[in-house]
Design a binder for this molecule. Structure first.
Ligand SMILES: [Zn+2]
Ligand SMILES: [Zn+2]
Length: 275
């Protein structure tokens, strides 16, 4: 049974419900020892073209002023109120856009940790989307952002590292976990070990797969990815509920993910060490 979760959203990302306090109260009720809030971080508009911004749904994210005026104060307030009942960490889920390291370091200055979530990645100078633009060629651009991001040492955890498979297409345009996927998986595992970054088994993957018509299979977490990951004994692995609804902090899918990890003999850490 989960005792901590470090991947939790709030209504500030405009596709989730609740504020930190709501999730924290639920976590206490569940008997969690720790909780980390990690809503989608702000992305300044000047980081990319209008089209890239829209294609990657970034307009939904909290704005920089909301980060300072609403998000951080709501976290401090929650810590004041509930900090004696549960350990609360302040975090964000952000991307890695090369050249903007200082920006992420600036965000982190007010936080305990950053989760790296690659929802889009630079490919030939354009921000492509991880949900629909990954194929046997662009998967190497996804990998590049993952490993370069981890190399910066800014991030604590790479969440849903296997998101590249969501709509992956091989040479024949078919969705198959092929040799390219295997290579990328191994490189992500090696980089995570080298940089002491956790890899997350994402418990929102099953719901996201169902939403896109995959009722009986998980696009992520992807079995083949985690089978390969299980070979890397030094890998630090954590389960993240990626809750966008309060009741999803610990739901049936999270339980299935716990079973999935057990079946694959994955050594899951109960707590994430915050660097
Ligand atoms: Zn994410
Ligand atoms: Zn998330």
């Amino acid at each position: 049974m989960l005792k901590a979760n470090y991947h939790t959203h709030t209504k500030l990302c405009n596709h989730a419900e609740g504020m930190p306090e709501d999730y924290i109260k639920k976590a206490i009720e569940l008997g969690f020892i720790e909780i980390g809030m990690s809503d989608h971080g702000p992305v300044p508009e000047e980081f990319m073209s209008k089209e890239e911004y829209l294609n990657n749904w970034i307009q939904r994210n909290m704005k920089l002023n909301e980060y300072y005026e609403i998000y951080l104060p709501s976290l401090d307030e929650a810590i004041n109120k509930y900090g004696n009942k549960i350990k609360i960490y302040k975090g964000l889920e952000v991307e890695y856009i090369p050249g903007h390291e200082e920006y992420y370091i600036g965000l982190k200055a007010n936080l305990d940790y950053l989760n790296l979530g690659i929802h889009y990645f630079l490919s030939n100078g354009i921000e492509k989307n991880s949900y629909d633009d990954v194929n046997y060629k662009t998967i190497y651009d996804y990998l590049n952002i993952a490993t370069k991001g981890m190399d910066t040492k800014i991030y604590n955890c790479l969440v849903h590292p296997d998101l590249f498979y969501f709509d992956y297409k091989n040479e024949e345009g078919k969705q198959v976990f092929d040799k390219h996927c295997e290579y990328v998986t191994r490189e992500i595992c090696k980089s995570a070990i080298k940089n002491n970054v956790y890899l997350e088994i994402n418990a929102n993957g099953p719901a996201n797969s169902r939403k896109y018509g995959h009722k009986n299979e998980w696009l992520y977490p992807r079995k083949e990815f985690w089978q390969i990951a299980s070979e890397y004994k030094d890998l630090k692995i954590i389960i993240g509920s990626d809750a966008h609804l309060i009741n999803n902090l610990y739901n049936e899918d999270v339980k299935k993910i716990e079973e999935f990890a057990k079946t694959l003999n994955l050594k899951v850490e109960s707590f994430m060490k915050i660097k």
